[in-house]
Design a protein around this ligand. Structure first.
Ligand code: UD1
Length: 379
């Protein structure tokens, strides 16, 4: 069974790693890894591959950036050639990025069965490109592997036959649990001056990249105002996504933060009362930074899940989430992107942290095994 696994962006790499490892245990499977090149900077791609011990991609499409249509079209054109040559028995796509829908569409037209990992999530907000990608990918997939009961309900409501839906849990959490000990060896908190007399200080971690937060100058300025306010109480560490860096520069907002451009040379007496901007971090450094944080502020999907398992309060700077289970059973709070609300909620959380102890069902480190067991039976 030749299985072509398609990845393109940083969160895809995190999700595919445990699956490739699990597939490799069975001689029945020949897993191939195709990297579309949607994320291409070393610190968005190569360093994550290394940390996760992912094999070199068998095929690299090198599509890079572009408008949504350009990027999706380029991936489709290049991936179609891969499918013609490799004739896979199954194409596996993960998450909700442009690489996901592009590869799924190509496979569907060649009548190749498709497995979608992380199916069924819905924000019910079609202004998000990811929502379009999720809806369409689920529509044409043959195996829909879900992370939570909400996803099962969404798929049922959309009329997807239940025989295609498999509730298996969360592969991103498989990776987290696999790597948490290794992350303990990272010295990132030392490098960033976050220790005092050998003890961790309280600090916040921020990530931002959604168009709704970083593409409008007024919105991004408001969020940086709120972060600046928070940074008067605790250090705020902000690993900046390349798209956000581009916008911060374009809007003339660079002077809002202190930049550590070259981590190895950063100095431990980094000014604490400031937003500290660092380049995107590797998986292990980021996991280490995350697991010591007092609070996380983000618009990422994966971070809502990771903070839930790490029991760290997470303020999601969006008005909706496709992961409501993290609100009910996790540590996630939706705050939107208005500065006053962000500042007020963060202050409340820091005063009264109330980590909840429950983990969503099947977020237990065995999701990839469940998926591969199902594929072994069904293929
Ligand atoms: C993509 C996904 C988003 C996911 C995010 C994770 C889509 C529609 N969006 O958003 O769902 O949460 O990845 O990070 O697929 N860039 C670089 N170097 C890189 C990658 C990107 O400089 O390695 C810059 C480019 O200017 C590019 C911009 O970032 O135009 C946006 O990249 P793109 O992959 O289109 O979307 P993301 O914002 O990363």
């Amino acid at each position: 069974m030749k299985i072509v696994n398609v990845v393109g962006t940083r969160p895809n790499f995190v999700k595919i790693a445990p699956l490739i490892r699990e597939m490799k245990k069975y001689t029945k499977f020949e897993p191939l890894l195709v990297h579309t090149g949607q994320h291409y900077d070393d610190d968005m791609s190569e360093s994550i591959f290394k940390d996760l011990q992912l094999p070199e991609p068998d095929v690299y499409l090198g599509v890079g950036s572009g408008t949504h249509a350009e990027q999706t079209a380029k991936i489709m054109t290049e991936f179609e050639k891969v499918c013609f040559t490799e004739k896979p028995d199954l194409v596996v796509v993960v998450g909700d990025v442009n690489s996901t829908i592009a590869a799924a569409l190509v496979a569907a037209k060649q009548n190749i069965p498709i497995a979608h990992i992380e199916a069924g999530l819905r924000s019910f907000d079609r202004t998000m490109p990811e929502e379009i990608n999720r809806l369409l990918t689920d529509r044409i997939s043959d195996f829909l592997f879900t992370t939570c009961e909400d996803a099962n309900i969404n798929l049922r409501n959309e009329g997807i036959p239940q025989s295609k839906v498999f509730f298996v849990g969360n592969v991103m959490i498989d990776t987290l649990l696999d790597h948490i000990h290794l992350a303990g060896r990272s010295d990132i908190t030392d490098k960033l001056g976050l220790k005092e007399n050998g003890n961790l200080k309280r600090y916040a971690v921020v990530t931002l990249h959604r168009p709704s937060n970083v593409d409008a100058p007024a919105v991004l300025t408001g969020i940086l105002d709120a972060l600046g306010n928070l940074a008067r109480t605790i250090p705020v560490i902000f690993p900046v996504h390349p798209r956000t860096t581009r916008q911060i520069e374009a809007f003339g907002l660079k002077d809002r933060m202190f930049y550590v451009d070259d981590l190895p040379h950063s100095h431990p007496d980094t000014p604490a009362r400031n937003i500290l901007a660092v380049p995107p971090l590797g998986y292990l450094d980021f996991l280490s930074l995350l697991s010591g944080a007092a609070i996380v502020l983000t618009d990422s999907g994966g971070l809502q899940e990771e903070t839930t398992i790490l029991q760290i309060p997470c303020l999601t700077l969006r008005n909706n989430t496709e992961r409501p289970v993290t609100l009910r059973e996790g540590t996630n709070i939706l705050v939107g992107n208005k500065p006053e609300k962000i500042v007020k909620t963060a202050a409340g959380v820091l005063k009264n942290a109330d980590p909840r102890k429950k983990s969503p069902k099947y977020w237990d480190g065995s999701a990839a095994k469940r998926i591969v067991d199902i594929l072994l039976k069904k293929l």
